[in-house]
Design a protein around this ligand. Structure first.
Ligand code: TYD
Length: 142
């Protein structure tokens, strides 16, 4: 199992009136929720993200439509397609992410444990890999 990201199913409390999915701190989201943003109206040829975060963890849910998310922990990359509103992708800090192949109606909801802070963004992939390697080296010394 990859500890840096995880896809899981959110419980749907729907009934004959339709669906209802709560996202609640301490329940189906483990971190302290400090920020919510959503991305929509994205052209199919657009690639977003393309960065890693030193501190932010994320929970991503495509509440309408679909998109793909490339996740890379510096060692391994994986592409995850999000196409169900009850499907959540958790991303730990220090994960390189790229979101692409947005469907026309895609709404990507993102929840984070950090407020927006440009200083914690790593936008250079080589720098990201160098930081991951350095962290590993330090961990191996202990
Ligand atoms: P950007 O970093 O390009 O988003 P993406 O995750 O797709 O790479 O952000 C676009 C703009 O929005 C940029 O000026 C910063 C601003 N922004 C905020 O003010 N708060 C936020 O939570 C986010 C994600 C972005």
């Amino acid at each position: 199992m990859n500890i840096k990201h995880k896809v899981y199913t959110l419980k749907n409390f729907g009934d004959d009136r339709g669906s209802l999915i709560p996202i609640e701190e301490g329940n189906n989201v483990k971190f302290k929720v400090k920020r919510v943003f959503y991305i929509y109206g994205t052209s199919n040829n657009v690639r977003r993200g393309i960065h890693a975060n030193k501190d932010s963890q994320f929970l991503m849910v495509v509440i309408s439509g679909s998109c793909k998310v490339l996740v890379d922990d510096g060692f391994k990359r994986e592409v995850i397609e999000l196409n169900q509103p009850n499907q959540a992708l958790y991303l730990d800090k220090m994960v390189w992410k790229e979101m692409y192949d947005f469907s026309k109606n895609a709404i990507l909801l993102v929840i984070s444990n950090q407020k927006y802070n440009e200083n914690e963004y790593i936008r250079d992939y080589d720098e990201f890999v160098r930081m991951v390697m350095k962290k590993k080296e330090i961990a191996n010394q202990h």
